[in-house]
Design a binder for this molecule. Structure first.
Ligand code: PLP
Length: 410
């Protein structure tokens, strides 16, 4: 089957599937390009924000304490202003990785403070919370965030909770949590902050602050930068006290970002809306294609009407990023590896969100030493025939043909 014949077979999106594309908030792309920087700000009036490769700045003549400290490089500040605007937030901070953003949040807590975290999310986050956090005396409970009543019970049992950590859609299982319902419960039961890891959707498709969350956290490494060439994280919030706390933690712990990386992300943001639409469309078309393939048992993608939380997904986001999962029918681990090797356009690799399409078996994450037991991995649903795809920006017909030839050769 040639590329052309595959693309001819793709049915157009139904109105329900395309809902995000019809509902896109106007103004986002303009903010992504202009919010952090105006050429008139500078004498040279350069169209693009300059990279200030400078580790410090001079004090004003009378020595008042208004010089920039080391985490306040001008290129970094331009990026932060843009990121804040894109989340409809007052403040944003960038950090050297998504994990560093989470570490700063942990470092802002104190012994006996509590965290309640989704039970089936990015395994790096689970591991960070339960290993590091618990080591320093934080209390951590994991609950099924798709069942808000479990969260309510957990809040009543752990009164010291300061952070409720939500990831929706979750990576890799694509579980959807209802941001508004969760925020309402948390704010009614406690004074904890709702923090949403918005990495899989990016601020283009989902803006959790608009649904009552207090903080949004990102691995910029993924869709926001989107070129597989920068590792960075960020937080956005309207909560001044929280922002000041994290900024202070950033300053005293010295975890800041290079101006060069900030400039790469400023550049990437200018195409975020275009990239996300293409990621989302490619992933949805691939999900629908795989759903009817005889070698595929099941597809996990929140844009499919077969997804159990599809209605919640489309009520809080207007698109679904580029990730999806599927199960090879009756697949063994050997077949899963064979499938990954047979791919020619998709690269067998970890990570997600870049221009290059990637494929991985989440079970193989655990070939490196982790704190997860085999039983826990199984409970997360990371079984041997599960494949996670990050659909990139290549031609969708070529991506589908690639998956098709690999599945048919099993
Ligand atoms: C990758 C990822 C992270 C960690 O981000 P890094 O930038 O790799 O440290 C956190 N959350 C989610 C959902 C991720 O996918």
């Amino acid at each position: 089957m040639g590329y052309q014949s595959v693309s001819n077979e793709l049915a157009p999106l139904t109105e329900n599937e395309a809902i995000g594309f019809l509902r896109q908030e106007s103004g986002f792309s303009t903010k992504a390009i202009h919010a952090g920087y105006r050429p008139e700000q500078l004498l040279c009036r350069s169209i693009v924000a300059p990279i200030y490769m400078s580790a410090s700045s001079c004090s004003q003549s009378n020595g008042v304490n208004d010089d920039l400290n080391k985490s306040e490089n001008p290129t970094k500040m331009i990026l932060e202003q843009t990121l804040a605007a894109l989340d409809n937030a007052k403040y944003a901070l960038v950090l050297p990785s998504g994990t560093a953003a989470q570490s700063c949040i942990i470092a802002s807590l104190k012994a006996d403070d509590g965290i309640i975290c989704g039970h089936n999310i990015y395994t790096g986050t689970i591991e960070l919370f339960r290993e590091t956090a618990v080591d320093i005396g934080l209390k951590c409970i994991f609950v099924d965030m798709t069942k808000p009543e479990e969260l309510r019970k957990a809040l009543r049992s752990q009164k010291s909770t300061k952070v409720v950590w939500v990831e929706t859609p979750s990576n890799p299982m694509m579980l959807i949590s209802d941001i508004k319902t969760i925020s309402d419960i948390v704010h009614c039961e406690s004074n904890a902050l709702v923090i949403v890891d918005n990495t899989p959707s990016s601020c283009y498709f989902q803006r959790p602050l608009d649904f009552g969350a207090d903080v949004v956290s990102y691995s910029i490494t993924k869709f926001v930068n989107g070129h597989n060439d920068v590792i960075m994280g960020s937080i956005s919030t309207n909560n001044r006290e929280f922002y000041e706390k994290i900024r202070f933690t950033q300053e005293i712990t010295g975890i800041t970002c290079s101006p060069f990386d900030c400039a790469l992300v400023i550049r990437s943001l200018k195409t975020l809306s275009l990239r996300m639409e293409r990621h989302s469309l490619n992933a949805l078309l691939i999900a629908r294609y795989l759903e009817q393939h005889p070698r595929v048992e099941k597809v996990l993608h929140p844009g499919l009407t077969s997804h159990p939380q599809h209605k919640i997904a489309i009520s809080q986001s207007c698109g679904h990023g580029g990730s999806l999962c599927f199960y090879i029918k009756d697949g063994t681990l050997e077949q899963t590896k064979k499938f990954l090797k047979l791919l020619k356009v998709f690269t067998w690799a970890d990570s997600l969100g870049g221009c290059e399409s990637l494929a991985q078996a989440p079970l193989l994450w655990f070939v490196v030493p982790t704190s997860f037991s085999d039983e826990e991995v199984h409970e997360l649903g990371l079984v041997e025939n599960l494949i996670r795809l990050s659909c990139g920006l290549e031609d969708v017909a070529i991506l589908i043909e690639d998956l098709n030839q690999a599945l048919n050769a099993l």
